[in-house]
Design a protein around this ligand. Structure first.
Ligand SMILES: [Zn+2]
Length: 220
């Protein structure tokens, strides 16, 4: 499904212009193929024009570990490419991002490229540490499996964070709150933030129950 993602209009602020259709040379190959996958923009955080340090090269999780997103495709295994969009002016922001802070695209060889908004990350990682972990794992799910649905990508992200010890009740609530702020979302995201989160948690519960059955840890 080569569906172009429809970025959820987010939160309050109008984030970034999304009508730019020309890829930025050097950041993305000209023949970028859009696949589904993106994360909700965190509009409120995206204010603007800062003086920036050099681009971030890898994704640092909130526990300080460096994360990579391992992907297997066509017999090739390796890390999904990460591209950090760094800019001093909003107009120079990678247009592939649209209103999102992270998206997945594919390069000319079909290899997944996770594009992240370096400015939004730097501005918000301190207060939204859990959410950024979640965004990374959500995009990684898309990178691994192009047909991944939004609900399953969220579900994967949640479970990946649990597995790494990055989830706890407070972090879960923080991530939930970021979802619940979103009033309108396309159907594949559950229609709005409430639906998106509800479907995500239903998936997590389902998978947790089935994992418990498999490992024999379920209660009678
Ligand atoms: Zn997505």
């Amino acid at each position: 499904m080569a569906k172009t993602h429809v970025e959820p209009a987010t939160l309050a602020a109008t984030p970034f212009p999304s009508n730019n259709s020309s890829p930025v040379p050097g950041l993305i190959p000209q023949a970028v193929v859009r696949i589904r996958g993106s994360w909700l923009g965190l509009g409120v955080l995206m204010l603007v024009t800062l003086l920036l340090a050099s681009p971030v090269r890898a994704f640092t999780l909130s526990d300080g570990t460096e994360a990579s997103c391992q992907v297997s495709r066509d017999g090739r295994t390796g890390n999904a490419t990460e591209r950090w969009s760094n800019y001093q002016n909003v107009n120079d922001r990678d247009p592939e991002l649209g209103k999102a802070v992270a998206v997945v695209r594919r390069d000319e060889q079909g290899w997944p490229v996770i594009i992240l908004d370096a400015v939004a990350y730097k501005q918000s990682k301190a207060v939204m540490a859990a959410m950024w972990d979640f965004i990374f794992f959500h995009e990684c799910a898309h990178a691994r499996e192009p047909a991944m649905t939004e609900i399953d990508a969220n579900c994967d992200a949640y479970i990946a964070m649990q597995a790494r010890g990055l989830m706890n009740p407070i972090r879960s609530k923080d991530i939930e709150a970021a979802h619940l702020r979103i009033m309108n979302l396309p159907d594949e995201y559950g229609g709005n933030g409430i639906g998106f989160w509800r479907l995500t948690m239903e998936c997590v519960d389902r998978r947790t129950a089935s994992a418990a059955l498999t490992t024999g840890t379920s209660k009678p």
